[in-house]
Design a protein around this ligand. Structure first.
Ligand SMILES: [Zn+2]
Ligand SMILES: [Zn+2]
Length: 539
């Protein structure tokens, strides 16, 4: 009974702790089963590899300034069909720094589809010689890392880019979780066919002193350092891959519960720490959804983060966490909703429902996608019971759910990306690419645009591959403002083919048109949803 109660208790209490698991925090009197006098050591790899890209393997060692370690060597084993390859890397090197990382590249040419990777990491610490497989978290069994070596490129509409809008870097470094260094994340992007990401670290972590989980830094060193590093890396990568400086702000909804907002490209840091567990029983936040308006700069974007992820009762009680409500979401300065947060779960279904309610009521709000990954290119490790156990899963990993933005030209820049997102010229997916557009009197109307006409031709484009799911159904909806949504045209069966179709549509009522794909791939259910094109008749 007790263990059952504890299980539920901690499940409920620890809400969004998806992470590279921090092993060095001990609650004052409890001790911790997974506390170790070693730095955290782990190997990571993107969950998929674009054709003609090497496989990057990221070795990360954290907190070796507290626990210096001698890294001896690493043996990497790759299993694929009948192949069993081994690679050996010798180090014999003392490591003594907060963040240390190394990347190994393995040629992907000999492999196809699913591969399994195991790294046998040999090190010396406290006078002992040890070997761990893939990581040194003591309470979790080592399972192989999985990646998919794709022979087909990620499907991409013309002039589009892909971004993960919700991602935690190593600025998120607190008592229970930490993210990956920026430099490693840039290197993971191209193999994932990802063009950009937003470093939405928690507002309550960004303002901490380095190496402290609770002390506030008036100089905002972490924030300023990450801006500098992003500027340097964006330039160095010539914007082939880039980051948009962002944060995940803790703020209050209009009922006084704590929610999260993705604030993208706001030059000024916005504080918020009611659910950071840094000051016991202090759930205050500097902003609520209404007062936030005055802080948002002109070229920033504000998105409701995982707006309808369920909040268990105990989290509500102890962290005062809540959900975005209709009255918060209708506010003008809230651009839209991040309904896809790393997996197809109840939060996605409920998020989709509240979004449909908003657009049917005539609010022009858009949908976006991210993963809420904390580092995690391959697996999520989540604290199940604080100080006792850690769970592992393979959802909410970097780059799986993504936002595809269709732009006027093919030039990568922060400005054009923000503009595309702000106008809703985008779709969300965890696999296939889907877009709608309307060519009318020589103007190309994208998703997010509005058009006044009595008669239009809607063009639908759908593209996928074996890896991302080529079987499923596409439905096109017309939503009549103030009334309801209905399916227009027949359901399109996607059966191993690209879909390019054009449909004439008579506009007799004010409303919107949107398309939705649902199908399957080897990773389970795949969805792709367009943002709407809004339509009104001439009179
Ligand atoms: Zn969050
Ligand atoms: Zn987050």
């Amino acid at each position: 009974m007790i263990s059952h109660f504890l299980d539920n208790f901690t499940d409920n209490l620890l809400p969004y702790l998806f992470l590279y698991t921090e092993l060095h925090y001990k609650f004052k009197f409890l001790g911790s089963r997974y506390f170790i006098k070693e730095p955290e050591i782990l190997l990571d790899v993107p969950h998929r590899i674009e054709p003609e890209h090497d496989i990057p393997l990221f070795l990360l060692i954290k907190d070796s300034h507290w626990f210096p370690v001698k890294l001896i060597d690493i043996k990497i084993e790759i299993l694929n069909n009948q192949i069993n390859d081994r690679f050996y890397y010798s180090f014999d090197k003392m490591i003594n720094q907060k963040w240390w990382s190394e990347i190994f590249y393995i040629n992907s040419i000999n492999y196809s589809q699913n591969i399994k990777i195991n790294a046998f990491i040999r090190y010396e610490i406290n006078g002992f010689s040890k070997t761990c497989i893939n990581h040194n978290i003591p309470t979790i069994k080592s399972t192989p890392l999985n990646s998919y070596i794709s022979s087909e490129v990620y499907p991409r509409p013309l002039n589009s880019i892909y971004g993960d809008l919700h991602y935690h870097t190593n600025v998120t470094d607190d008592m229970v979780e930490f993210g990956a260094p920026l430099d490693s994340t840039y290197k993971a992007m191209k193999p994932l066919a990802l063009d950009f990401a937003c470093n939405t670290d928690h507002s309550y972590d960004i303002d901490d002193k380095i190496d402290s989980w609770i002390e506030t830094d008036p100089e905002l060193t972490k924030w300023n350092n990450s801006i500098k590093e992003i500027n340097i890396l964006n330039e160095k990568n010539k914007f082939n891959t880039f980051f948009i400086q962002s944060e995940e702000l803790s703020l209050l909804n209009l009922d006084g519960f704590i929610i999260h907002a993705l604030v993208l490209n706001n030059k000024k840091f916005l504080p918020g720490q009611g659910d950071g567990a840094e000051i016991p029983f202090d759930f205050s936040c500097k902003y609520n959804t209404l007062t936030l308006k005055n802080e948002l700069e002109q070229n920033s974007l504000c998105i409701a983060a995982h707006p309808r992820s369920p909040v268990p009762f105990l989290q509500k009680l102890f962290f005062k966490r809540g959900q975005w409500q209709f009255k918060d979401l209708i506010l003008d300065h809230i651009d839209g909703l991040q309904i896809l947060n790393g997996e197809i779960d109840d939060g996605f279904i409920d998020g989709l429902n509240i979004w449909k309610k908003l657009i049917l009521c005539g609010y022009k709000k858009f949908i976006y996608a991210g993963n809420d990954a904390h580092g995690n290119f391959n697996k999520y490790r989540q604290i199940k019971m604080p100080m006792i156990s850690i769970l592992e899963k393979d959802s909410q990993i970097f780059g799986e759910c993504r936002t595809g933005i269709v732009r006027e030209n093919n030039k990568n820049s922060i400005e054009s990306t923000i503009r595309g997102l702000k106008h809703g010229n985008c779709f969300v997916t965890n696999g296939p690419a889907i877009t709608i557009n309307v060519l009318h009197e020589n103007i190309n109307y994208h998703m997010g645009d509005s058009i006044i006409s009595d008669r239009i031709n809607i063009k639908l484009n759908f593209n996928s591959n074996k890896e991302l799911g080529k079987k499923g159904k596409i439905i096109i909806y017309f939503g009549e403002i103030g009334y309801k949504e209905k399916q227009i045209f027949n359901t399109i069966d996607v059966n191993n083919k690209e879909v390019i179709m054009e449909f004439p549509f008579i506009v007799s009522k004010k409303g919107y048109i949107r398309a939705e794909f649902s199908g399957n791939s080897y990773r389970g259910r795949r969805v792709a949803l367009t943002n709407p094109i809004w339509v009104s008749p001439l009179n």
